[in-house]
Design a protein around this ligand. Sequence first.
Ligand SMILES: C[S@@+](CC[C@H](N)C(=O)[O-])C[C@H]1O[C@@H](n2cnc3c(N)ncnc32)[C@H](O)[C@@H]1O
Length: 175
Amino acid sequence: MFGRSAPVEVDLGAGDGVYAEVRAKRDLDRNFVAVERLLGRATKIAKKAVRNQLTNLKVLRLESAYFIKNLCAESSLDAVTVRYPDPWPKRRHHGNRLLQKEFLEDAARAVTPGGCLKLTTDDLEYFEWAQKEVKKCAPWVADSSWTGADEPTSEFEELFAKEGRPVYRQAWRRG
Ligand SMILES: C[S@@+](CC[C@H](N)C(=O)[O-])C[C@H]1O[C@@H](n2cnc3c(N)ncnc32)[C@H](O)[C@@H]1O
């Protein structure tokens, strides 16, 4: 996809693509894939990448779990980022949540040893639930040294900060 060999980071459910765009501008020696299922959003990210001549940012209009399971070779990714995933708060909808057994196993296969999975969410219940799910998946080990301090912030995160709303972050490394 990129015509060069460099560490690949994937942003799942990329939304308006601010995170992937800022990272691609900042980390020119890394390749980024933004995965977004909505066509309008995916198109917007692709336009930004072209406008800014970001040859290290590609966009796929796809479902995140499908992408990780079917399109990623073993140990091909350096990092997987999941920012503000849909929390699916009702119990009967928990099966739709991204961070659960099958996805976590697929992601552990796709990520290189030592590579990471990073979660950022404003939903405490989802955060605690995700931590329990990851704990059950042996290849992932919590990385308590990651604070997310170096992560780009989006407009709505700045709004959260102004309102004093907490954001929960956790990274895990593939052992
Ligand atoms: C709450 S937004 C967060 C967007 C972005 N990560 C951010 O931090 O601003 C969730 C995004 O994930 C996308 N999304 C939800 N489920 C998805 C899935 N299964 N596969 C791909 N994208 C998904 C939605 O369309 C939406 O753009």
